[in-house]
Design a protein around this ligand. Structure first.
Ligand SMILES: Nc1ncnc2c1ncn2[C@@H]1O[C@H](COP(=O)(O)OP(=O)(O)OP(=O)(O)O)[C@@H](O)[C@H]1O
Ligand SMILES: [Mg+2]
Length: 257
C-alpha cells in the first residue's frame, strides 16, 4: 500500500531519516516504534506530504508522490486519515462542529451532517449527548475519540496515528486499541500506528523499529517477544545501556562472570 524507498531527510546538518526502506502492507496494522527523537513523527509527516523528503521515494498505491501535481496529491490525501498526537480539536467549536467541519464548510445541510456525526461517534463508543459539548468539557480520552471520529468522516483507506494513547489510563488505552483494531478489520483500513505503548503488539500485524534513521527490525507482531534481533530485543525490554550486543546475554549470567 505504501512503499518507502531509500528516504533521506535532514534539518540543517542534522540527519534524521537516513536511507529508510519500509513496505506497509494493505489492510493490516503496522506499528512503528523507536526512541524519542528518532524521527517517527518526521517519517509520518513525510508520508502525508506535510514534509518533503530530501531524497528517496514514497509510493502510495503504486503512485510516486514526488511525481504528482497538486490535484493528484489532493486526491491521494483524501484517502489518508491522520490522527494527531493531541487530538487537535478546535476549542471554539463543539463536538458536532469539530467532527463535521469539512462537510459543514462545504455547505452541507446541518441535519444530514448531524446524523453522520452521530454515526461516527457511535463507532468510537461515544453517546449522542456529547455533540454540543466543547473540547474543554471533555477528558483526554474523549478528545482522542472525537479526533478519531473526525478522521472517519472522510472514509479513509489509510489511517496514520501519531501516539493515539499517550497519556491515557490503561483502560481507556485498551478501549482505543480495541476501536482501532475493530475499524481496521471491519473497514479493511490500512493502519500505521506510532506508539510507545507495547500493548500494541497484541493488536498489530507488523512491527517496525526505527533506529538511527533506518528500519532496524521489521517482523510479525506475534513473534516480536521471541525475536533475537539485537535492536528489537534491547528496545522492547528497555535495555538502553551499553552497545547493542550481537549475542543476547542475560544480566544474571553477566553478573556471575
Ligand atoms: N520542523 C523541524 N525542524 C527542525 N528539526 C525538526 C523538525 N521537526 C522535527 N525535527 C527534529 O527531528 C528529530 C525527530 O523528531 P520527531 O518528532 O520525528 O521525533 P519522534 O521520533 O517522533 O519522537 P517522540 O517519540 O518524542 O515523538 C528531532 O531531533 C527533532 O528536533
Ligand atoms: Mg513523535
Amino acid at each position: 500500500m505504501i512503499k518507502i524507498i531509500d528516504l533521506y531527510k535532514k534539518f540543517g546538518d542534522k540527519e534524521i531519516t537516513r536511507g529508510l526502506n519500509l513496505e506497509i502492507p494493505e489492510g493490516k496494522m503496522t506499528c512503528i516504534i523507536g526512541k524519542s527523537g528518532e524521527g517517527k513523527s518526521v517519517l509520518l509527516k513525510q508520508i502525508i506530504g506535510l514534509m518533503k523528503p530530501d531524497s528517496g521515494q514514497i509510493i502510495f498505491d503504486g503512485q510516486d508522490l514526488a511525481k504528482l501535481n497538486e490535484t493528484q496529491m489532493a486526491e491521494i490525501f483524501q484517502k489518508i486519515g491522520y490522527v494527531f498526537q493531541f487530538a487537535a480539536l478546535l476549542d471554539s467549536l463543539n463536538v458536532f462542529e469539530n467532527v463535521g467541519i469539512t462537510l459543514l464548510e462545504e455547505g452541507e445541510d446541518k441535519k444530514s451532517v448531524m446524523s453522520l456525526v452521530k454515526e461516527k461517534l457511535a463507532l468510537v463508543n461515544m453517546q449522542d449527548d456529547v455533540v454540543f459539548k466543547y473540547p474543554s468539557e471533555l477528558s483526554g480520552g474523549m478528545k482522542k475519540r472525537v479526533g478519531l471520529a473526525r478522521t472517519l468522516m472522510t472514509h479513509p483507506k489509510v489511517i496514520l496515528y501519531d501516539e493515539p494513547t499517550t497519556g491515557l489510563d490503561p483502560i481507556t488505552t485498551r478501549i482505543i486499541h480495541d476501536l482501532m483494531y475493530d475499524m481496521q478489520k471491519q473497514m479493511n483500513i490500512t493502519s500505521v500506528v506510532i506508539t510507545h505503548d507495547l500493548e500494541i503488539f497484541k493488536y498489530a500485524d507488523k512491527v517496525a523499529l526505527l533506529n538511527e534513521g533506518k528500519i532496524a527490525y521489521f517482523g510479525d507482531a506475534k513473534d516480536v517477544w521471541e525475536s533475537k534481533n539485537p535492536y528489537i530485543y534491547q528496545f522492547i525490554r528497555g535495555l538502553s545501556e551499553g552497545p547493542i550486543q550481537t549475542e543476547v546475554v542475560h544480566t544474571s549470567e553477566k553478573a556471575g562472570m
